[in-house]
Ligand binder design. Structure first.
Ligand SMILES: [Zn+2]
Length: 416
């Protein structure tokens, strides 16, 4: 770091410190380079009207108080303006935070990728350090908090493939990329709700825990036929807390978790099907909060397929922070299929053929998720065979191209 001026510089001052400030104002483009030619001996450099105008121009651009005076804050921003990202190695120095435009660029990129660090202020404080380490962990680098060539390359590589999103989305994209467009070789965790001593809701002769398990088994059969490894969070007789089910899915490093429930309402008119994904806050770029973009996408695909196949009312997709959705490190979606308190819903769900159609809807939704461009085959009742043909056709015409390159493997994050 350059020494900071001990005194405030303002119009009328002169000497080498003024020349130093003017050098930086020339670099930032606020002062004409011809100014330096006119002040050959640095000792005699004068803070004149032209310099004051340049200082004000710089202050205005940088959101500083526009007073034309070079105090501590203006000097520190001016000093940092000479650094571009990559000019020096950035790291957190506890007693002397690095400052500069390069730090600001680093912060902006971290924010763009959804890492939380407070504000982009060009000061490499503890929050920036934490965000940088989280980024490194997310892309499989040593989480040392040092922005050197390796981490810079990771940023550049990501810039070509990821814009916006969140840390969570970054991990989720990696999960999708890993296996290309195929279901084969993926691990899907099916979580039939409740179980054990907890039957869930009961209505019109249906027990939620039993229905969920039955649906899960039908889904399992179809997914297994597609080469998917299916793992259940519970057996016929066991139950378990959501946090334990989430930990179990994490321990498998599964590609996706689908939790299956039904609803019940004292309001007997309530009926329909809804899906839930992890999220809270504003999904917009300004304040991303936390939002599973892949989860949301799958929740919508799943809802559409199930509604189209069952005729159940569409109760939409919703962001929630339930433990199973929040604590899982892979996309997790919960399907609430029908209200057991509603006679029509219960009748529909009692039919084994409807249950088979729901299971097929799950598989098609998954296939669409990994296909990556759901909207090119929009119908809600596409058969699996149709979808396979669609994929083959897209591959043949080059519409799909080769699967995208595999990203560095995502390391498990520490705490969220
Ligand atoms: Zn339930």
């Amino acid at each position: 770091m350059s020494p900071q001026p001990a005194v405030v510089l303002r119009r009328g001052d002169s000497g080498p410190a003024v020349a130093d400030v003017c050098d930086r104002l020339i670099v930032t483009g606020d002062l004409a380079s011809s100014w330096a030619d006119r002040t050959a001996p640095r000792d005699t450099a004068v803070f004149d009207d032209e310099v004051e105008r340049a200082v004000k121009s710089f202050q205005q651009r940088r959101g500083l108080i526009v007073d034309g005076v070079v105090g501590r804050s203006t000097y520190s921003v001016l000093d940092g303006a000479r650094w571009s990202l990559g000019d020096r190695v950035l790291r957190f120095v506890p007693d002397h935070f690095l400052e500069g435009d390069d730090v600001g660029r680093l912060q902006a990129r971290l924010v763009e990728l959804g890492f939380t660090l407070g504000k982009v202020d060009g000061i490499h404080g503890p929050a920036t350090d934490t965000a940088l380490r989280s980024f490194q962990a997310a892309v499989g680098l040593t989480s040392d908090g040092i922005l050197g060539p390796e981490t810079l390359r990771a940023f550049d590589a990501l810039r070509r493939s990821v814009t916006g999103g969140s840390a969570n989305a970054l991990r989720e994209r990696e999960h999708i990329r890993r296996g290309g467009f195929s279901l084969t070789g993926r691990t899907v965790v099916l979580d039939p709700g409740h179980g054990g001593s907890d039957p869930g809701v009961i209505g019109h002769g249906l027990v939620e825990a039993e229905l969920a398990l039955d649906l899960a088994r039908r889904i399992e059969g179809r997914l297994t036929a597609h080469g998917v490894e299916v793992v259940f969070t519970r057996t016929g007789t066991s139950g378990g807390e959501e946090v334990d089910r989430a930990a179990f899915a994490n321990s498998l490093d599964a590609d996706l978790v689908l939790s299956i429930h039904s609803d019940h309402s004292a309001a007997t008119a309530a009926h329909g099907v809804a899906t839930f994904f992890y999220g809270h806050g504003d999904p917009g770029r300004q304040s991303p909060g936390a939002w599973s973009t892949i989860g949301e996408h799958f929740a919508e695909l799943l809802l559409r397929e199930v509604v189209a196949r069952t005729g159940l009312i569409d109760c939409r997709s919703h962001p929630r922070t339930w433990p199973l959705l929040r604590r899982t490190r892979m996309p997790a979606v919960r399907l609430d299929v029908g209200y057991l308190s509603h006679p029509h819903d219960a009748e529909v769900l009692s039919d084994p053929q409807t249950r088979d159609r729901i299971a097929e809807g799950v598989v098609v939704a998954l296939q669409r998720l990994y296909l990556g461009d759901a909207d090119t085959a929009r119908t809600g009742v596409l058969k699996l065979a149709d979808l396979r043909r669609h994929i083959e056709r897209a591959r043949a015409t080059g519409e799909l191209g080769a699967p995208p390159p595999v990203m560095p493997r995502v390391a498990p994050p520490g705490t969220d």
